[in-house]
Design a protein around this ligand. Structure first.
Ligand code: ADP
Ligand code: MG
Length: 249
């Protein structure tokens, strides 16, 4: 998955400036950076919730030139293969947990209800929620709801899973239950792109780190170099220090 020289403006604000990045298959790419820097805009471009004004997007057999009109057909095809997980879960409140998970597979992939339900139960077990199929979203903790959202994304067997600050709304204790699931998926080589503010998690899960500031890519490389105490980039060192509260010491 690769974007080349994409540009996106909101009003007169030029948010992405010739942004070029690749997101290797079978790996976990983590995007970090201050709020408002453009991380969500990049992530949303990858499943065409945001459509840049120019640049190219190559994802498997999808080859899009944003100077041309992006059709609904393009959007649907890309979205089928990219599962999005949002900070606030976005579960359907009037459907059970199982109902939430089988919605996409039955409606979009045209699986039978039986087939979709059997797979949904496997996925619920995988995220540690085997007992919760008949529960409603408002009966779940935030950590449980987010794990359902991850199971729902996986149910579409997307090539990539895109996660936008998946644990930012969670208490630290509940956060851990979600991070463990994501570490497990990373170990299984699920292709993922994760935006997070949790530096400890980023360090553990990332195969590749991208640091974004003001729409510019300040760093794109290995986590080892990024987190190295002798990283020559003082801005990155300061960012990591503030995010890990090292300055309190
Ligand atoms: N739909 C939108 N309409 C107007 N401005 C937006 C929109 N989405 C994002 N922006 C602006 O683009 C910039 C980057 O936002 P975003 O990608 O959400 O940053 P991040 O995820 O790094 O916090 C911010 O200045 C934000 O206010
Ligand atoms: Mg964001």
């Amino acid at each position: 998955m690769k974007i080349t020289k994409i540009n996106k403006t909101f009003g007169d604000k030029h948010v992405l400036k010739d942004t070029t990045l690749d997101f290797p298959a079978g790996k976990t790419t983590v995007m970090v950076g201050p709020s408002g820097s453009g991380k969500s805009t990049i992530l949303r471009s990858l499943n065409l919730l945001v459509v840049p004004e120019s640049g190219h997007y190559d994802f498997d057999d999808h080859h899009l030139d944003f100077s041309n009109k992006i059709t609904n057909k393009d959007k649907l095809a890309v979205r089928k293969e990219t599962g999005m997980v949002f900070q606030d879960y976005n579960l359907f409140p009037n459907k059970t947990v199982l109902g939430n998970i089988i919605e996409g597979p039955t409606q979009v992939l045209k699986q039978s209800k039986e087939e979709a339900t059997a797979r949904a139960k496997e996925l619920l077990a995988k995220v540690g929620l085997a007992e919760y199929g008949d529960a409603y979203p408002n009966e779940l903790s935030g950590g449980q709801a987010q794990r359902v959202a991850i199971a729902r994304a996986l149910a579409m067997t997307p090539k990539y899973i895109l996660l936008d600050e998946p644990t930012s709304a969670l208490d630290p204790e509940l956060e851990l239950s979600v991070l463990k699931v994501l570490l497990q998926l990373a170990a299984e080589r699920q292709s993922m792109v994760i935006v997070t503010h949790n530096m400890m998690f980023a360090k553990q899960v990332a195969d590749k780190i991208i640091f974004v500031e003001n729409g510019e890519i300040i760093y794109d490389g290995s986590p080892d170099e990024f987190f190295a105490p002798d990283n020559p980039n003082q801005r990155i060192k300061n960012f990591i220090a503030s995010m890990t509260m090292e300055d309190l010491k």
